[in-house]
Design a binder for this molecule. Structure first.
Ligand code: PGA
Length: 238
């Protein structure tokens, strides 16, 4: 595992964008796993800047996102599909048909999970997966649990996640209580993993994840057994 601590959020974002760019430049047809939340926004802004300058080309890139709120359509401004369009896809030369987010409106979430995992497998798996970490150690929306769940599945969000994400909503009551999340199998089968973490409030859970016991109580701890993980941390909150 490579661990970098950098001084600023801007540096974290630039370094992460560099790693993603290097992947796309070396493999223009790369499958990139993407994440939502406030942490990757600076990374996306940097990628947009380089794409606008002509230094980066998304024309053949495929993306798969980690998760989606259950019950929200992609047109809903709080949905992660909307977030991705707004923060990245609308501003780069990616073909939207090649961008994938779990369907938050799927009537049968189990079937949607199976479809999503099968799709990821069919396209050859993920070359580089971008991750954040929740204050409870979640990756994607894999919340602390008694087991690591392999498949893409429906989860009940933790109270701490609902509170943390309420900043994007009018009130905590409006935060969906369930989400579809990529499971540990597709994440752990990604060839490379890139985790971005910003803010002192994440320092302790990150330290436990990277150096403590490997346990589903701290879902990010599973990354200790992945062969190619890069973590970029800054104490500076964004
Ligand atoms: P954040 O979320 O970037 O908004 O802090 C990270 C996460 O929950 O994975």
């Amino acid at each position: 595992m490579k661990f970098y601590e950098v001084a600023t959020y801007k540096e974290m974002s630039r370094k992460a964008a560099n790693i993603i760019s290097a992947e796309i430049i070396s493999n223009p047809k790369a499958v990139i796993g993407l994440a939502t939340g406030s942490t990757p926004i600076g990374t996306y802004n940097q990628l947009i800047e380089w794409c606008k300058k002509g230094d980066l080309d998304f024309a053949q890139v495929t993306t798969v996102n980690l998760d989606e709120y259950y019950g929200l359509s992609g047109e809903n401004e709080q949905s992660y599909r909307y977030f991705m369009n707004d923060h990245l896809f609308d501003h780069v030369n990616i073909d939207k048909n090649n961008t994938h987010v779990p369907n938050g409106l799927a009537k049968d979430p189990e079937a949607e999970g199976e479809r999503y995992d099968a799709f990821i497998k069919e396209i050859g798996g993920i070359d580089l997966q971008l991750l954040g970490i929740g204050i409870d150690g979640h990756i994607g929306f894999n919340e602390p649990d008694d087991v690591f769940v392999k498949e893409t599945h429906l989860v009940d969000l933790d109270e701490s996640t609902i509170q943390a994400n309420s900043r994007f909503f009018e009130s905590a009551d409006e935060v969906p209580k369930k989400a579809l999340t990529m499971g540990m199998m597709s994440i752990m089968q990604a060839k490379k993993i890139l985790m971005v973490v910003s803010g002192e409030n994440k320092e302790q859970i990150l330290k436990e994840a990277l150096t403590g016991p490997i346990t589903p109580k701290n879902p990010a701890s599973i990354l200790q057994v992945h062969p190619d993980v890069t973590v970029i941390f800054t104490k500076q909150a964004n």
